[in-house]
Design a protein around this ligand. Structure first.
Ligand code: HGY
Ligand code: MN
Ligand code: MN
Length: 416
């Protein structure tokens, strides 16, 4: 059977209804979601996804990091499967679509194939990766990183959250510790559909982002050691002020990112003070600098200058300074053949599109190390993400899912 015709579309209402149903689990306080990895809410979301996969006739496999693989059989059982997925875990003040759109759009592809009784040569596996966000347990894309051989299983199990809870124990507690060794699965191809999380597609009125590359990232965790002292009675010249050092380092990170335009970002999303009391100068300050660029050399230059400058700033204030890289991935080039299929599908379906580099990291960035991989993006309102106000339209969601359907069906090879 030839590739699906241009009139073949997914069921947009069913996709949107599933998104809204999943959004009810782990609601935020402002319309978004707080379904952080390995929380009870994550467990509830997994059970709902499992129920939907059962109803679609899929066979579920779960690996030793809890990643869920829901398989639709192909006509050739020996053919490597086409994997299609993303993540159901969210930021603490996350939106309803980051990650979730990719998992539920993959399920919608299966549901549409079932509706039309289309068989494919290659099996298709819908995937929900554990801990893509890295919000509760750093680093981001932890499970896909172990799958790609970048991290060890023990490293993942040992990660702790801000309350000292341990990843391996939390995974057992929510009942999603699977028995499959991580990374034993071989992929024919991997597709991930995701909201852009940036302003370009909406600003240019484009329906589809044909993702050619993903920018690289460093997460540099700084620990500054000052001297706890009274904020009122300690003279300014006697202070060993870790908070002041932090502020100057933030300013420096901003300058390094601006000096490396275009194609560089840098900032800090998380800071912890000890003892974090209003009238005590901090004895310890810990924060993570997040820098990214599509260019490897620029990314490494930025890291080197930030670490060198931070050491000088701290020394100038008599503050101790240590740094640990707690997250990293190189810039990634997605598979040109799969990128071409995504572009051809958008053209066949009559959707406006443009090439785009992913500003955010995704499980596809690690999948690309072990299989041909690519991504599809849809616009999001004001480019906003990692914010409860994250919003897309049903039309945007459906257009990208149509493209996903056609690109996946072509890669899995329709038989009848
Ligand atoms: O950090 C990221 O880019 C992704 O949202 N985890
Ligand atoms: Mn995501
Ligand atoms: Mn995210």
């Amino acid at each position: 059977m030839a590739a699906p015709g241009e009139n073949l579309r997914i069921n947009s209402d069913r996709l949107w209804d599933s998104l809204m149903e999943m959004a009810k689990i782990g609601p935020g306080v402002a319309g978004g979601n707080n379904r952080q990895t390995l929380t009870d809410e994550d467990g509830e979301g997994r059970h709902l996804f499992q129920k939907w996969c059962d109803a679609a006739g899929l066979t579920m496999g779960v690996d030793q990091l809890g990643t869920m693989f829901a398989r639709r059989e192909g006509t050739d059982p020996d053919a490597l499967p086409v994997y299609v997925g993303s993540h159901l875990d969210t930021q603490p003040t996350g939106g309803k679509y980051d990650g979730v759109l990719g998992v539920l759009a993959a399920l919608e592809v299966i549901r549409t194939l079932n509706d039309l009784d289309i068989r494919t040569k290659h099996p298709i596996v819908v995937t929900n990766w554990t801990n893509e966000e890295g919000a509760r347990f750093a680093p981001a894309m932890l499970a896909s990183g172990v799958f790609a051989g970048v991290h060890t299983l023990d490293y993942a199990y040992s990660r702790t959250d801000g309350d000292g809870k341990v990843f391996g124990e939390e995974l057992k507690r929510i009942g999603w510790l699977g028995d499959e060794p991580v990374g034993q699965r071989k992929m024919h191809a991997y597709f991930e559909y995701h909201i852009e999380q940036g302003p370009i597609l909406e600003a240019e009125n484009k329906q589809i982002g044909v993702v050619t590359h993903g920018q690289g990232l460093w997460w540099l965790e700084f620990t500054l050691t000052g001297k706890e002292a009274h904020t009122g009675s300690t003279p300014m010249n006697l202070r060993v002020n870790a908070g002041l050092a932090m502020a100057r380092i933030f300013e420096m990170v901003q300058k390094v990112a601006m000096d490396n335009q275009p194609g560089a970002v840098g900032g800090v999303g998380q800071v912890r003070f000890w003892p974090n009391s209003r009238n005590v100068l901090p004895g310890k300050v810990v924060f993570t600098v997040d820098i990214r660029s599509p260019e490897q050399a620029k990314l490494d230059r930025m890291r080197a200058s930030i670490e060198a400058e931070a050491a000088k700033i701290a020394a100038g204030l008599g503050v101790g300074c240590s740094v640990e890289a707690v997250g990293h991935f190189d810039p990634v080039t997605f598979d040109p053949t799969l990128v071409g299929r995504v572009r051809a599908a958008a053209e066949k379906l009559g959707y406006s599109h443009r090439n785009i580099i992913s500003g955010a990291g995704h499980d596809a960035c690690w999948a690309a190390k072990v299989a041909p991989a690519t991504m599809i993006m849809c616009p999001c309102v004001d480019g906003l993400s990692h914010n409860e106000a994250e919003e897309i339209s049903p039309e945007w969601a459906a257009a990208g899912c149509d493209v996903l359907f056609h690109a996946v069906a072509e890669t899995a090879v329709i038989v009848d």
